[in-house]
Design a protein around this ligand. Sequence first.
Ligand code: ATP
Ligand code: MG
Length: 553
Amino acid sequence: METSHIEENKSLNFIEEIIDNDLKEGKYDSILTRFPPEPNGYLHLGHASSICLNFGVAKKFGGKTNLRFDDTNPVTEDTEYVESIQEDVQWLGFEWADIFYASDYFDQLYDFAVQLIKQGDAYVCDLTSDEIAAQKGTPTEVGTNSPYRNRTVEENLQLFADMKAGKYKEGEKTLRAKIDMTSTNMLMRDPLLYRIKFAHHHRTGDKWCIYPMYDFAHGQSDSIEKITHSICTLEFVPHREVYDWCIEKLGIYPSKQYEFARVNVNYTVMSKRKLKQLVEEQHVAGWDDPRMPTISGMRRRGYTASAIREFCDRAGIAKREKINDISLLEFCVREDLNKIALRRMAVFNPVKVIISNLENEILLDIENNPEDETTGNRQVAFTKEIYIEREDFVEEPQKKVFKMEVGKTIRLKGAFIVTCDSVVKDADGSITEIHCSYHPDSKSGQDTSGIKVQGTLHWVSVQYAVPVEVREYNRLFKVENPNAEEGDFKEYINEHSLDIIPTAYAEPELAKATLNDHFQFLRKGYFYLDKDSTKDKIIFNKTVGLKDGFTKK
Ligand code: ATP
Ligand code: MG
């Protein structure tokens, strides 16, 4: 049977190679992967990479992917997170075949546990967590068998039923697998399968007071769904033996676990636990603060899903952890936005320019995006009074810097060439007005003036400009790897990660901006409407600058 559905010449990552081989050997008719987030926070860029991998391989090999909420820890989980996770996966451009919750399997998992007890493969243990830890041994010293290890099946069944019935307090009893206290793999030394927890679960409510541990829930959930390739990150390598042990003892569908290295990025942290601290201690405005490496933060900032997918592709799937340069992500964003962003003009720090020889406004036709003709043109009014950036006027000429200067000519973007005649200053010597005259025969696209100019400035009409707030972002942390520094990671937060320009002047077209549009403000960078923007207060987030900071290493 022809099983390989992939373009032959595209190189495969090591997970794809495994799958390709499995299909070629006829191990599976089709593959099924899953993305299994714990709903205890918002997804971040690392999750994006796991999503791209899980959904990506399934797509590549004609298989499917489930979204499964790994909701076995009632204390930290919440429906807010469940909803945001679904939104983020869809926004990234992926469709799940089925959506499941590990909590859907609680009854089945309980039955599995009973089966293990009946087989003599699990027992109820009365040791406290400290005692269990003390008896666990060390990597070089074997552990000690629990005194409760040899309880009879009948006694274990009764005690486990009593645990479920709420007869014991938290920590009083656990269910443990009976494996091998001398194993070189510490996790195989009679791992916990169930613990008592009197907590309200976001889906099962108060039905349960015992909850399965990761090691008992994950593999069995995979197996119940008949996941063929269960892909997770490297910290689960030692768990694989437990995963296989449970499946084998239960005699259920043999899902297989494969591991890849976590994707990290410098100048940020990528752990929901840490990101949650930033939110709760108000170092940022929320999970979707544009400085956050969360999918929702990046979306709010104006990063595109395709740029994030491209980043995940380029960062690749590795067997060893490394830290990716954030500028690779910014490079991907810039590349994508260059293709799709509508070009607009906005002046952040205005100085007024009066076009002395212009009486009536002139309507200009300016292209929306030179990279994409289908976006057409927009009309922009050239008026007697305009704003340019204060720093675009110089009193002292500078070499190779093309700015406005008394006696010199320069082009205004999409409009005319102007000659600067004079300036007006206030008592402090600060310029309040610049006087220019325009050359009527120098209209952009129809220039017959023969005047040579170097430099083009952006501008907006004073009469029609709309005031907008602009938010610019810097790195959230001052150091490349806040996790590796001494002390708390929050000591390394960059206090200057947000700059607000309360009033910038934008061309009137920008008043129509929606969350579907991405913009390039000429000479300024890429910008995206903030989701809190209103008609009366328009807010733009700077997505990324224009300069390519990424250099291939
Ligand atoms: P965190 O420490 O941020 O909470 P987690 O691994 O506990 O991460 P889960 O919700 O359990 O988060 O993760 C869902 C899936 O995403 C898992 O398969 C996990 O291995 C994967 N994942 C999490 N972080 C990364 C990362 N940085 N790079 C790649 N995959 C990741
Ligand atoms: Mg986790």
